[in-house]
Design a binder for this molecule. Structure first.
Ligand code: TIU
Length: 232
């Protein structure tokens, strides 16, 4: 099937494509978490949740493989390196108590995925200590074991964890389609340029579309029986 996209249509087979939802965690998206502690307006991220929810539901109906990631650290912070801990000279930083538990610490309320996008059984959750989804995780092994070659990407933030993950995926040979209304940034200008960078130069890192065009493609594929599968 094909999704209308830039720089040109994205062809994919739902059997070998996965939906990758990056870091839709309370700490980033809801008020009172790490995102807000960094001085950001979290409503900019919250607006990516409803379209992502629609994409998640459609991907489940289509039987696609779905993977979620969370950025965070072990409770003893043994996987939090010095530079990440101290960068920003924050009053309230990673590992410190926040309104939703210790910030970006695994097992804490704020670290977990937002209620609207709660993973289901059979949808792996990748806990990652870095910005990229492949760094220091078993994501690549999980995708290759399943025969996945293409990724439909949603999540936050556009220019940080989404961009790092798309770049890592691109270098590992995955085609990435980023749904622009399902990713967001605390900085609208970074979002805009981040999206442009993905699709520039003939799709240097991948393709860009949106939730509507992706949902339209899935609906059309379900309405049109595939060659060889028609009855009678
Ligand atoms: N998930 C992710 O993007 N982590 C960040 O820290 N993003 C910021 O934009 N700060």
């Amino acid at each position: 099937m094909a999704v209308q996209a830039e720089p040109y249509d994205f062809e994919f087979d739902p059997k070998t494509a996965a939906l990758l939802i990056i870091d839709m965690q309370r700490d980033f998206v809801y008020r009172g978490g790490f995102g807000e502690a960094l001085g950001n307006d979290t409503s900019l991220l919250l607006k990516a949740v409803p379209p992502t929810e629609r994409v998640l539901q459609a991907a489940r109906r289509a039987g696609m493989f779905i993977v979620h990631t969370r950025e965070g650290h072990r409770p003893d912070l043994s996987d939090l390196h010095r530079t990440k801990k101290h960068r920003g000279r924050l009053k309230v930083g990673i590992g410190d108590p926040g309104p939703m538990g210790r910030i970006l610490v695994r097992g804490e309320h704020g670290h977990d995925i937002v209620d609207e996008l709660r993973p289901r059984d059979g949808e792996p959750v990748i806990d990652k200590p870095g910005k990229g989804s492949f760094h220091a995780t078993d994501l690549d092994t999980i995708l290759r074991t399943r025969g996945i070659q293409q990724l439909i990407v949603c999540g936050v933030t556009t220019e940080v964890c989404v961009h790092t993950s798309v770049r890592e995926a691109n270098d590992r040979g995955y085609d990435c389609l980023v749904l622009q209304d399902c990713v967001s940034s605390y900085f609208p200008e970074f979002h805009e340029v981040g999206i442009k960078m993905i699709k520039a130069q003939g799709g240097i890192f991948g393709w860009v579309s949106d939730s509507k065009r992706f949902l339209d493609a899935l609906a059309e594929a379900q309405a049109t029986p595939r060659a060889g599968s028609a009855r009678g």
